[in-house]
Design a protein around this ligand. Structure first.
Ligand SMILES: [Zn+2]
Ligand SMILES: [Zn+2]
Ligand SMILES: [Zn+2]
Length: 286
């Protein structure tokens, strides 16, 4: 059996959000527990994660993650809540003690590569010597297939529907195999683009675990993010393909306070549809 840990379950602002006095944030302060949400990220095993946002150091301490053992980080897109390029600077000798043969592979679109390059250039007039940082950025194309033999894992980068104009990036989400188990983690996407549905229809994955975006909480959002009716339609279409069955563990994650729902309210809304609600620190075996 494989395991995913949800290290963060919020959209960009976190919950309670900075500067915010909305009902959901007030409830979160009052309730604590599952209503306190850091920015979304996932641990797939001790060596592999998805996303590396601004709460990474706090997640490291809270869940004893030991990032010195990390080997592969898959980045969904270049929004600040998913990649904190500044943290990667600390791979450099002088900031951390990293063995010369300890290389961290960072996978993502061209946009991720350029974002890291640009930030390093601003700080160091960096000209591409990633080895100095013990980093190996790997540029992915949409629908590219990556095999991690040492981990007994494989990944596909699927095209997301996520604010293409604003991020100057090609946002991805990931389908992956860990051992014998298959999973899809799809945050920061609206209802999937046609190309992505065509790919899923062709591949006919059998998912043991699915986690989709639900930024808009109990509202109905189709594009950029998804929630409400579009979360349900996504599940139904995956069922129709045969990729989701009664045995698939099905979750939503990446919540905004603007989604107008506490954890309990999200559960009341989605549990009747066979959908569980993610929260920080949740470990899911699949
Ligand atoms: Zn996000
Ligand atoms: Zn709020
Ligand atoms: Zn985003």
């Amino acid at each position: 059996m494989a395991k995913v840990t949800i290290l963060g379950s919020a959209a960009a602002e976190g919950i309670p959000a900075m500067f915010c006095n909305c009902r959901v944030c007030q409830e979160a302060w009052k309730n604590g527990g599952k209503d306190i949400r850091k920015r979304a990220a996932y641990k797939l095993n001790d060596h592999v994660r998805i996303d590396f946002g601004p709460d990474t150091l706090y997640q490291e301490h809270q869940y004893q993650l030991h990032s010195e053992n990390l080997k592969h980080v898959f980045i969904t897109h270049n929004h600040e809540d998913h990649i904190d390029t500044h943290l990667l600077v600390y791979r450099m000798p002088g900031f951390s003690v990293v063995e010369p043969d300890n290389i961290l592979n960072i996978y993502g679109s061209d946009g991720i590569y350029h974002k890291i390059h640009q930030n390093f250039w601003k700080m160091f007039h960096f000209e591409g010597d990633f080895a100095k940082f013990r980093l190996n950025p790997v540029k992915l194309q949409p629908f590219e297939h990556i095999v991690l033999e040492d981990e007994d894992m494989e990944f596909y980068a699927l095209k997301a529907d996520h604010m293409w104009d604003q991020v100057l990036d090609r946002p991805f989400f990931y389908v992956f195999r860990n051992g014998k188990s298959w999973a899809m983690i799809a945050n920061d996407t609206g209802y999937f683009p046609d190309e992505t549905w065509a790919f899923l229809e062709e591949k006919k994955f059998k998912f043991d675990l699915v986690i989709t975006d639900c930024t808009g909480g109990v509202n109905d959002i189709e594009h950029g993010h998804m929630s409400g009716k579009w979360v349900l339609d996504t599940k139904k279409r995956l069922e129709k393909i045969g990729s989701v069955t009664a045995d698939t563990k099905y979750y939503i994650n990446h919540f905004s306070h603007n989604g107008n729902a506490t954890h309990a309210e999200l559960e009341a809304h989605y549990n009747p549809h066979g959908i569980q609600v993610g929260y920080d620190g949740l470990e899911i075996e699949y």
